[in-house]
Design a protein around this ligand. Sequence first.
Ligand SMILES: *Cc1c(COP(=O)(O)O)cnc(C)c1O
Length: 422
Amino acid sequence: MDIRRAYALQLDERDPLRSYRGEFYLREGIYYMDGNSLGLLSKRAEAALLSLLDSWKQYGIDGWTSGAHPWFYLSEKLGRMCAPLIGAKSDEVILTGSTTSNLHQLLATFYKPTSTRSKILADELNFPTDLYAIHSQIELHGLNPSEHVKLVKSTDGQTLSEENIIAAMTGDVAVAIVPSVLYRSGQVLDMKKIAQVAKERGIILGLDLCHSIGSMPHALHDWEVDFAFWCTYKHLNGGPGSVAGIFVHEQHFGRTPGLAGWFGSDKTKQFDLEEQMTPAQTAGAYQVGTPHVLSLAPIYGSLEMFAEVGIEAIRKKSLQLTAYFMQLIKAELNEFAFLFGNPQDDSRGGHIFLVHNEAARICKALKEAGVIPDFRAPNGIRLAPVALYNSYTDVWETIQILKHIMAEETYKNFENKRGVIA
Ligand SMILES: *Cc1c(COP(=O)(O)O)cnc(C)c1O
């Protein structure tokens, strides 16, 4: 292991994606390692937002059908641009709503409990909002969540065993909601295998892609995943509150949306304003109302870069960045009692997860010293070096700062307590 800064610089020189760093707004002297919570602003995302604002200025109401990006078709257009990132057909994807509201829409559409199949399978490590949505959907059917949620447990508190998930996919499960990458430990689940078992056992499978979209490839269409949902402000760099996404496999096209609204209409009929809705025969059917155009706009600029680079190249660099991170931690921070909560083989997503008793105040000290980490209570530090804008030198500098904080114990200047957002 070469721990010299010169080696990091060499890796940067050889990095085929290095020119994309210049596309982003990075602050001098700040090492941003939180792109899996909120991706950074790119110049192209900014330009796309300004262009959409300009179309409002220029066209007023006619912006719906005029200008470079007519608003009426924008959700569909961005859906098509997202499709290659998840291995979907163009009309299987729509950008709409938020992650949580999309899960509500999809459960309202796909969760049809019967006397024999009434359960929703989830896991105890998933992001809580997914569980909240699952509970309320079960209650809307007049059922009791404590009987109808089947919760897969973790054996080590960080990861899930695929065998346990598969063993829980029994005949009483109607729908399974599974994350692609666990938001804390970064474990990647074997989506293909889970989809295959779901198919064999007649279970509808929905994937939460929040932590995988934009950081690794997927093949949702070929795996025959029934539906998926995700946000666009993490690895996709769409900006705070940017519009989220839905995938529905084409074999389900024509299913009546559980939450119907006029923007789910067949576009040629939407303005007929008939009493009966004619849903689109695409994933577009699962939109509800008027799209949040200004929160869609930046995604356009951002997705252009993903189209140029390709998701395979992003995954390759992402794995190299996190591997380099782990090697430096082992070489430089050995004495400071950090444990890896993330899988160390290639079944990790786009971040690493360090476990340490003093994690809360180590994060505060990191922030003060110019590294932006992500604290996860009670004792986790997520660090996400992002392929499009982080360099190997960023990783190297982060390690030096962390080493200084540990060796000098500067973290002891802070309280070991979390802030409001963590
Ligand atoms: C970030 C994230 C969400 C966020 O949901 P919102 O509706 O965008 O607030 C949901 N699920 C997972 C797994 C996430 O990581």
